[in-house]
Design a protein around this ligand. Structure first.
Ligand SMILES: C[S@@+](CC[C@H](N)C(=O)[O-])C[C@H]1O[C@@H](n2cnc3c(N)ncnc32)[C@H](O)[C@@H]1O
Length: 281
């Protein structure tokens, strides 16, 4: 089933590598490596630019760990993003594809922003899962690590489907024990896109610590669960990056292909569930 569904940031490689090349990024942090598909492409870029890739993932697949062990310019941190990020410095670009919930993503962006400001760097963050189903609904790989007051009611058995802000029991797209869905989509502090929007609003507003407000640009590419590219409008490379991503930003054709892909995939899950039900009956 997994093979049927493309779901990796690797699908956006040409765009992501185009961004980091235009931004002259040498030191890249990746949050969420899984099999390491995107990691390998980022590592090639970093090696060519004389830089390093730091991949943060508390539970990546074994093939990633074996590969990373053999790469001198790749460092794997087996920790959660919020634990590992405060110890990082001189980062040119952040790839954010770890735990897809409001609390985690909002705080990842805050930490990336604080580190970039401290080190005198413009912010460049590329985020995955900015569209359905995670845009307005939290998912949790490890709900126990999210403070209770920031955690929505959730279930490992819940399934999600298009056009339904609630959830289905034992039907729809579900985590099969690997992750839990918030039982409801929407509302405040729920989902990856909501976290990005709130971060942008806060970063562009007056700051407590006397920091200059950021002027941020955000491109939203509505394919393969959504890719967001967030960057500092004052960076010397900002115009170049903006020109590259603009044709994809909120592109209606891409968005309708994504909805079609999701409908087809959800139909396959339904047929598969029916078959399992028939077999059990
Ligand atoms: C969707 S996969 C990443 C896919 C990969 N970026 C790609 O494009 O091929 C999500 C990964 O994030 C990791 N993860 C979960 N919670 C995390 C956290 N709090 N910090 C860092 N990584 C996390 C999981 O172990 C999993 O391997």
């Amino acid at each position: 089933m997994t093979d049927l569904l493309i779901h990796s940031m690797t699908e956006f490689s040409s765009l992501i590598l185009g961004c980091v090349e235009r931004a002259g990024a040498r030191r890249i942090v990746e949050i969420g490596a899984e099999f390491g598909g995107m990691s390998q492409r980022l590592a090639d870029h970093c090696a060519g630019a004389g830089g390093t890739l730091t991949s943060i993932d508390p539970a990546p697949k074994a093939e990633f760990v074996a590969w990373a062990d053999g790469c001198p310019h790749v460092r794997h941190m087996a920790a959660t993003s919020l634990a590992a990020m405060p110890g990082l410095s001189d980062v040119d670009a952040w790839m954010i594809d770890g735990d897809h919930n409001y609390y985690t993503v909002f705080n990842e962006l805050k930490l990336a922003d604080a580190a970039s400001r401290r080190d005198g760097k413009p912010l460049l963050a590329v985020l995955h899962d900015t569209d359905w189903p995670c845009a307005r609904r939290d998912m949790y790989y490890a709900p126990e690590t999210i403070p209770a007051e920031h955690r929505h009611p959730h279930s490992y058995d819940a399934g999600v489907t298009l056009g339904n802000d609630g959830c289905l029991r034992g039907r729809g797209m579900r985590g099969m024990g690997h992750f839990a869905w918030a039982l409801r989509a929407g509302g405040p502090k729920n989902g990856v896109l909501t976290a990005i929007e709130d971060f942008i609003e806060q970063a562009q507003g007056p700051t407590d610590g006397g920091d200059e407000p950021r002027h941020l640009l955000y491109a939203h590419i509505p394919a393969v669960f959504g890719l967001g590219i967030l960057f500092d409008a004052s960076a010397e490379w900002a115009e170049d990056v903006a020109a590259m991503v603009l044709p994809y930003h909120q592109n209606e054709l891409i968005a309708s292909l994504e909805v079609n892909r999701l409908r087809n995939y959800l139909a396959v899950i339904e047929w598969q569930d029916r078959q399992v039900g028939n077999r059990a009956a």
